[in-house]
Ligand binder design. Sequence first.
Ligand SMILES: [Zn+2]
Length: 133
Amino acid sequence: MGQIPLVDYLVLGDEPRLVANECTSCGARYFDRRNACARCGRQEFETVDVSRTGTLRSFTIVHFAAKGVDVPFVAGVVDCAGTIVSGNVVNVPPDPRHVSLGMDVRLTTVPVGTDTAGVMAVGFGFEPVAERE
Ligand SMILES: [Zn+2]
């Protein structure tokens, strides 16, 4: 059975990772495709791996979402060694006793769904490093 990443900046494999487009002039990083750097205007980018571990900088516990989306869930913003990544905090109870600012998290993959051909779509999230239950 095959797997495909839900977003094109997620690379699957033994060690799943996120990749960013980094401006070769100023080092700004983007997850989407850019024609020019928003910070310095140059047009050369290279693909770089983003750190698989990070620190939770902000989070929101989401209680209402579109039909078909399980709630509550934790939407987070993670600082991965300087690269800011938006992603859900997973594998942890979605309440403030288990999720806290500044906690260490690491990248993990989350199965999203399987199509009729048996191909599984895989997304990503961040799970706590220390307090995994
Ligand atoms: Zn730049």
